[in-house]
Design a protein around this ligand. Structure first.
Ligand SMILES: Cc1ncc(COP(=O)(O)O)c(C=O)c1O
Length: 404
């Protein structure tokens, strides 16, 4: 029978609330680039786009694994060598109540598996606002309504404890803590970790401690951050880590989870995670051999990375605080700043105009979440100083042209 009419294939309605501003914006930038403009991408936290290079000994380890035929499927939980190295890393982080570890296709998959394995329809999970939007995208996909708690800009973007207390309901199963934080660059105090752990104890919550930036602390001596699971060994915690940020290999898509807490309490939940791990076969196989090389090999690159980031952070904060309509809490970790802007229109409008007119791409605060009435944008301060200076000059110019 001839086809007379094209029928649209509708996407599933549960996708209605799935958003990921960081990459959604890139579609718009692609359109502008098609007109022949080169766009400076300050939207994605990918160190390899700039002057950061994956350590050679990690590349060697993957190459060797491929040459040795490690190209088939891997065990669902991860290869033994990698699991042992992650256990060693947990010990170095001071996690004394470790129950299990597993390897995933980036922390993105850890998030997907861990949230899917925990939250039932009608239940909720506390996520920060502003948020790394992967969390809200996964929850939207699962059909779970958002229950966000505020990070307090006036308090250096620390979580607002009273807001967390207000938001906990009988159906709250857990809390996400991103530390060091994306998008604000804040780092939690030990006291804050203890207070959140106490709330988790009282309300039987699982803590998802996303510590993917834990070796990128820009102030202080050793560049490392306090692990939530070390502060609260008795609380069920899943700590997330991976190779994308600390180890400059985001394209390899390697992440992991470390489950800690009381063994009897976490057992059924861990079994749920293991079931999902099996149902998706395995994480990338040869790349898993870089985990031991990364965690146990030379760490020299981190000194260089933190040095560059410190200087780029300082340049960023100096620009923010000397530019009319812009102010910024100084980031203490990771490579993001989340300046506030005082403009009469939406931050999404400003960001689109910036792409269109100045060919610089940053992400609007409304893509991460912010308190009503406030406006922000997120800067990725990975580029070198001359590139950052050019970007900041362009942003300053647009602010002047549009609002003075
Ligand atoms: C806080 C946070 N968690 C997880 C991820 C995702 O990491 P991966 O590349 O390991 O999937 C990112 C990436 O930017 C992130 O910022």
């Amino acid at each position: 029978m001839p086809i007379t009419q094209t029928r649209e294939i509708a996407a599933a309605s549960r996708l209605e609330h799935v958003r990921y501003a960081i990459r959604d914006l890139a579609c718009y930038a692609d359109e502008v680039a098609k007109q022949g403009h080169k766009i400076l991408p300050l939207n994605i936290g990918d160190p390899n786009v700039f002057d950061f290079v994956t350590p050679a000994h990690m590349i060697e380890a993957v190459y060797k694994a491929m040459r040795e035929g490690k190209n088939g499927y891997a065990p669902s939980q991860g290869v033994k060598e990698a699991l042992d190295a992650i256990r060693g890393e947990a010990a170095r982080k001071g996690i004394s109540s470790l129950q299990d570890v597993f390897v995933t296709t980036g922390v993105s998959e850890t998030v997907d598996l861990c949230l899917t394995a925990l939250v039932n329809p009608g239940e909720n999970l506390l996520t920060p606002s502003p948020d790394y939007p992967m969390y809200s995208a996964v929850l939207a996909k699962l059909g779970i309504s958002l229950n966000t708690y505020d990070l307090n800009e006036e308090d250096g973007w620390q979580p607002e404890l009273d807001d967390i207390k207000r938001k906990i309901t009988a159906r709250t199963r857990g809390i996400v803590l991103i530390n060091p934080n994306n998008p604000t660059g804040s780092v939690c105090t030990r006291k804050m970790l203890e207070e959140i752990a106490e709330l988790a104890r009282q309300h039987n919550l699982v803590i998802f401690a996303d510590e993917i930036y834990d070796k990128l602390i820009l102030d202080g001596e050793d560049g490392k951050c306090m692990a939530m699971a070390a502060v609260a060994p008795d609380v069920p915690v899943v700590t997330f880590g991976g190779l994308s940020k600390n180890y400059l290999a985001p394209g390899w898509r390697i992440g992991w989870g470390m489950i800690s807490g009381d063994p009897a309490a976490v057992k059924p939940y861990n079994e749920g995670i293991q079931k999902l791990l099996r149902a998706r076969l395995c994480a990338n196989h040869p790349e898993q051999y870089a985990i031991k090389a990364a965690l146990e090999g030379p760490q020299d690159h981190l000194i260089e990375v933190r040095k560059k980031l410190r200087s780029r952070r300082d340049l960023t904060v100096k620009w923010c605080n000397s530019t009319p309509r812009v102010s910024c809490v100084s980031p203490r970790g990771a490579f993001y700043a989340y300046p506030r802007i005082d403009i009469p229109e939406g931050d999404d409008v400003f960001v689109r105009e910036l792409i269109l007119q100045k060919h610089v791409m940053i992400v609007h605060g409304s893509g991460f979440g912010q308190k009503p009435g406030t406006k922000h944008f997120r800067i990725v301060f990975l580029p070198d100083e001359p590139t950052l200076s050019r970007a900041y000059a362009a942003i300053g110019e647009l602010l002047r042209e549009r609002y003075s």
